[in-house]
Structures are given as C-alpha cells and as structure tokens.
Design a protein around this ligand. Sequence first.
Ligand SMILES: *Cc1c(COP(=O)(O)O)cnc(C)c1O
Length: 847
Amino acid sequence: MRAVRRFTVHASLPERLTGLGALATNLRWTWHPPTRDLFASIDGELFRQVKDPLRVLTTVPPARLEELAEDEEFLARAGAATADLERYLTEPRWYQREAAAGGLPEAVAYFSMEFGVTEALPNYSGGLGVLAADHLKAASDLGAPLVGVGPLYRAGYFRQTLSLDGWQVEHYPVIDPSGLPLDLVTEPGGEPMQVCVAMPGGRRLWAQVWKARVGRIPLLLLDTDVEANDEDLRRVTDRLYGGDADHRIRQEILAGIGGLRAVRRYCELTGHPQPEVFHMNEGHAGFLGLERAREILAADGLNFDEALAGVRAGMVFTTHTPVAAGIDRFPVDLVQHYFGDGRLLPDIDVRRVLALGAEDNPGMFNMAHMGLRLAQRANGVSALHGRVSRRMFARLWPGFDDPEVPISAVTNGVHGPTWVAREMSALLGGSDEEWGHDGGEPSARPEVGDQQLWDLRRDLRGKLVAEVRRRARASWLQRGASALELGWTNTIFDPDVLTVGFARRVPTYKRLTLMLRDPDRLRALLLDEEHPIQIVVAGKSHPADEGGKQLIQQIIRFVDDPAVRHRIVYLPDYDMAMARYLYRGCDVWLNNPTRPLEACGTSGMKAALNGGLNLSIRDGWWDEYYDGSNGWAIPTADGIRDPLRRDELEAAALYDLLGQQVAPLFYDRGPDGVPAGWMSMVRHTLDTLGPRVQASRMVREYVESYYRPAAIAVTAALEESGAGARSLAAYRDRIDLAWNRVRIFDTEFLVETPETLVVGKEIRVRARVDLAGLDPSDVQVQALLGRVGDTDDLLDPVVVPMEPEGGGGFGASLRLPRAGSLGYTVRVLPKHSLLASPAELGKVVLA
Ligand SMILES: *Cc1c(COP(=O)(O)O)cnc(C)c1O
C-alpha cells in the first residue's frame, strides 16, 4: 500500500528536555561531535540509522524520552550542550574583532542554487553545493554575518542505484520539509511568510520560505509547493538540475529575484541586519542583481545606469567553471518571454536586461556574462582557474591583456570540523582555536609519534573497508543477487592494503575511466603479490548524460570480474555520507582531470585534512599547493591535441607512479612496521596543507578582499541619495561619448646622453594626448616598458603613471629594468574613485 499523502507529526518533548529541540534543529551538530554523542546516547542504534538528531527525537518511543527527563546525568549533559550552543551563537568571534577596524558589511547575502550542509538535508548534487555549505559553516565559526539563500527541492538530487548490467538507475525520493531540520518562516500573525514573482500571462509564482540554522547563519530555502500556485508552478522547485530551459529559468528567476525578496522580508521580520553585499555563488542566481537594481531605482530616484553603478558596487560574483559548455545560458526569446511584459521587474526595460547577458551568439543569454556585468568584483576558485577565467572572459574587456582582466582568484577551502575524522582531530588537537577556525593563528599541536598516527590511519582504513563491504553487499542485493551468493563480499578489501579513492561526478573531463586505459596494467597493480593496491570508485552521472552512464558501465564491467573484485569496487550513490568514509580512510586520493578543466576540486583537500596523500594532475588547487613532498603530481601531456593519445600518456604516467613510487613507499616498513617515508609525507601534508585548505582561510579572504571593499564601495555609491552612483554613471556617459576620439601622438623616448643603454639607466617617456574634451583628472596616462617577443607584444611590462606637463603633454621617468630586447608604449585609461580596477569599463586607448 502507498500513502496518499505524507505528513510529519512533531514530538512533544517533556518540559525538561525542551533544550534538545534547539540542539536538534541547529545544524551545528553536523560539525560538533559532543552534540552528536548526546543524541546517540538517546538511542545509539536509531542514531546510527537515521544520523539526524531531529529524527531521533521524532522516532524514539515517548517512554524513552520520559525516562531521560528523569536522568540527571543526561540532563546535565544536555544542559551543558545547550549552554555551549548558546555561547557559540552569541559570543563575539573573529568578524566582530575585525569589524573594529571599520568598513565591514553589517550582513552579506550568499546566493547558491544548492547547499550541501548534511545528508539529513539533501539539497545538493555535489561539489558546488558542499562548497556553499562549507562557506556558511566557516562564516558561522568566524562570526561573519551571512544569510544563505536558495531553492528547497522537493526531490533534491537523485539517488543512484545500478541495474544488473551496470547501468545507472535514478530515484527521486520526495522529502517532506516539515520532517527536516527546517522551520517555516512566518509572519507575525502566524501565517507562512510568502514571496512572489510575476510570471507571463498575468500569473504569479509564490514561494514559502524554510529556514535552516547553520550555526549562526540563517539559510533561507524557497519552496513553491504551495496552494496559491497553479499546478505547474507548484513544481518549479521539484528537483535540482532536472527539466528543460524553461524549468531552469523559472528556478533561477525564483532564486535570484524571489530570493532577494525573501531575504528582505526575513530581515524585516526578525530584525536581522539587511545585507549590503551580495555574493553570487556561480551565475545561476544572477537575476538577483536585477532585483537589486529595481530596489535602488525605487528608493533613490536614480535612473537605470546610476542604479547599476550601485548594484555593481555591492555585488561579488564567483565563477566555477572553466568549461565553456558548463556555462548557464538561455535562448534570448525565453528571457524576453519572462521579462518582456514588464511585470516581473517594473521600471526595468527588457532591452537593458538582454544587454547584460549578451554574448557572441546573439540568440543566447549568458548568465556568467550577466554575473560579470553586474558585479564589480569577480573571482575564480583557484589561482590556475583565475588565469583560465581571465582568458575565457577576456572579450568582455577588449583592449586588455589577460593578466589585467579584472577577475581574481580565491582558492576554495573545506570546512575542517565537518570533514576531519573526530579521531584525527582528537589526536591532533580538536578545538577551533587549535585549528584556527575562530580566525586566530592555529596553535601548537600536541606531539604525536609516527606509530600513533599510523595506527590511526589503519583504524580509519579499517572503517572504510567495513563500509565498502556493507555497501558492496547492499548494492549486489539491490542489483538482484541473492544473499546466498554474496558471502564473498565479507572478505573483499583488506585493512592493510594501500587504499586509493576516486570519487566524483562523471563529466568527460574528470576521466573516470582513465585508470582502465590499460586494463592489464591496472590488474597487475591490484594483484601485485608484494605491493597490492585496492581502489574504491564512486560517482554519479547526470541523468541526461548517456556518455557518463556508459563510463560507469565500463567501470562496473571491470570491477565485477571475480579475479579483481576483492581489490576494486564501484560504490553507487556517492553522497556526503559515503564521502566521509572515503576521505578519511583512503591513503591516496586520485584525481585525473584533463588540465585545466577542473576549476578547483575540493575532495582532495578533505582527504589531505585526514592525512591522505594526493595523487593528481596539476589542475585546480593542486597546481598551486603541490610542493613536491605533499603527494604526487601526475605529469600532464598539455600540448597534445589528440585526446586519446593524451589519455594514453597520462594513464601510463599514472601506472608508473603508482607502481614505482606510491606503492613501494607505502610498503617500505621499519622494524616497528611503520612506513617512515610515507609518514613523513603524511605529516608534511597535515602540517602544511592543513591550515591552507580550510574554508576559514577562504572566508577570511572573501571578507578581507571582497566583502569589505564591496561594503565600502556600495556606501560610497549610495550614500547621500546615490551621489556616488550618479557621479560614476555621469562619468561613464562622458567617457562613452569622448572615448573614440581620444588619441595619443608624438610618443617619444629620451635619454640624457646618447650613450649605450644599460640596465638601471633612467629614461624619459613623453607623449601628447588629445583628451577629446575630457579633463586630465578623468584619465590616467601610463607608460609601459617590458620585454618584447618576436611579435612585438609587450611581456610583463612595468607600468608607470605619466604626469601632465601642460599643453596636452604627459611624461614619466623610468629605469631600464633588465637587459635584452625591450619595448615601450603609452596608454590612456579611465580614472574614477569608484572604479575597482582601471580595466573595469573595458576602455583603453593605446599609442
Ligand atoms: C567535496 C565533495 C565533492 C566535490 O569534490 P570534487 O573534488 O570537487 O570532485 C563532491 N561531492 C561530495 C559529496 C563532496 O563532499
């Protein structure tokens, strides 16, 4: 029988246990082991099954709760946990200390289409969502006042199982938000708070808003499954990354425009400070910038261009994909359909909207381009990805060389307290202060011997092995095997064998099957008598990606072979719950993307925090953090065009590394059984990568280099009824009119005595500039001096400002920086105090 409808009945807690409610609904328990212990002590078996304190409270028999209400020892522990949470939520932390220096925003709204806080709130598909949640958790630890916003999906992302022949099968279990650690946000009268956005044809799309508590951070999740909506509109938030372009644009309109409206109303209702700075985690929520423009237009009597200056000042855009095909785009007609009748954003002309998303293809609207045009500050997510993004988007800033394109980089980080095994943090010192999560410098860690650390690594490997056996058996049962024939699953994998993990989504560039390139070599590595290797593989393919499913099937065909199935396994349904075991238990974390298509990658960081060593192509974060002794870099065949040839070369390098370096080092044991060489790499990884891969480091960078300057800029733009924004917009107009007529002529290069040029000699560069009516203070004129290659392109130039000399002349003195072939040029750039970068307007005049 199936239920026609499901609903959740809330537990009524005995008076003396009411504190448990607050502990169960604040998701800090996901990174606070003592709180988890408390709930485990209510019913250990139940907690292991549901892994969710709230479900423990709603499922445990009321008699057990009555019993606990009389248990003084339990009550004391619950009281201590509640007091600890209260202290965590209210005490001043790093941000409050930092705020003393001024300029920090009162609040920042962080928009993302997915948030992976915990498997108990399955509202994510993979890396992007987990990163977004780690960002909120670290912000909470640091005391940074963020508000998270995104959709709540009724079916989240899919759960993956396998058919007998190894084909991915998708399931979409429907969630009931009232059974999740979420509260419906309500109006003072008790009715649900709702926001609405206009839809074509005079319709409206309504959403109610659920709030998750991520430590100190409210996370607002919009849910369209409400009665006020037409049937089709109720399904707007049905699932993550499902459906066609029309479905997606509705989701994104809701997330961006509805999301900002939800934040505004939530802050009004609760007294939470209103955000001044807005962070778009990827382009999907970019419509929020348009809603922000509408707000400014309505409030300050500015025109659209002036409002845009105000929007840009407070907006931060983070791009996550170096793959052009990965960028979110819509047919222009579709955008026209939703924005064209002027009801969605009154006062904003649809042509202005379309211009913000313009790209090379006039039929397409590009969300990343819109994000870059709406945000004064933008970044990629690793140093390499920053460089790739500057190249990829360079056309938006014509006339500038890639290094000057105003997109910088903040390397992603992961939330240590979520991802480090508690055994590991107990051994290495577990407090926020010791790890620096509270924003201080990490303090000295306790001395730990190799033997102790090695024993712990074996323990974690052993736990992974048990989990592998359990999951492999469950998967075979699900594929249709009978329990009788599955005895072998109890002995697969070995807690003493070198364990390699490879788990990720399955787009082509991640090359799930690279390891299968030469099956015989792989088999030989797995079955080596002296130095065997065992490999855990996991990863989901997007439901519409047949190619990805074929790759999974290839893996399954290989691992199903009785000759190797004790040494290699594919585990279906990679999610946070499985990920934890993998990151903690694997000795080696393997990553072999096609460089440079991995923007950052974060799973390897989680492995590193647990003493796992990375074996990876130098892509994403690894390109920047690999130091020669914290793991291994798989050589890349970068220049090779033929992808098959490239795969072949890189796979061969991978086998060589595994067989000749990784395995021998792991099995090189001292008399005490400990591999000293291996352990020195583990220690080096923990000591040097440990602090750098943390999300607390990442969030501090965002606060210092993005949120603070954005808050200062937005104040400068919007205070005094938008005087700054008006001045910047008027300046842009003036520049637009005059720019085509600005000319540089009579450039000259003077040396005092015409002797030979030597390094360090002072020279003078002069030019005359026709400013076409602009004031000299409107521009900066620069001399650039650098190496020249065969094409006369200036390389790594030194840039020196030139001063006005009267009569349209400008001059600068500079010293010859190096020997060899040098060249110079002169250029004119816009200059205004509210520009964040001279390249911002995409305008430059070259001599
Ligand atoms: C960290 C994480 C990811 C992201 O890993 P990548 O290295 O970016 O592929 C994906 N899924 C889960 C469940 C994670 O925890």
